[in-house]
Design a protein around this ligand. Structure first.
Ligand SMILES: [Zn+2]
Length: 65
């Protein structure tokens, strides 16, 4: 399953699949996102941005790269 023209993250940042603690909905979260990520399904906060690194509240279930 190879994807063409996929955005290549910098080495210090990455995309992760995060499972919502409330509803288990899985979303792709960027590790250095500047905005907090909210679950599309239930509205629960999945991440919190601290300015330098994103804190993930949900369970990281894998890489999305
Ligand atoms: Zn949710």
């Amino acid at each position: 399953m190879k994807k063409d023209h996929q955005l290549i993250p910098e080495p210090s940042s990455k995309f992760q699949k995060v499972s919502c603690q409330e509803c288990q909905e899985v979303q792709v979260v960027y590790s250095h996102a500047t905005m907090p990520v909210i679950c599309n399904f239930c509205g629960n906060a999945l991440t919190k941005s601290t300015g330098s690194k994103t804190i993930v509240f949900g369970q990281i279930v894998g890489s999305a790269e």
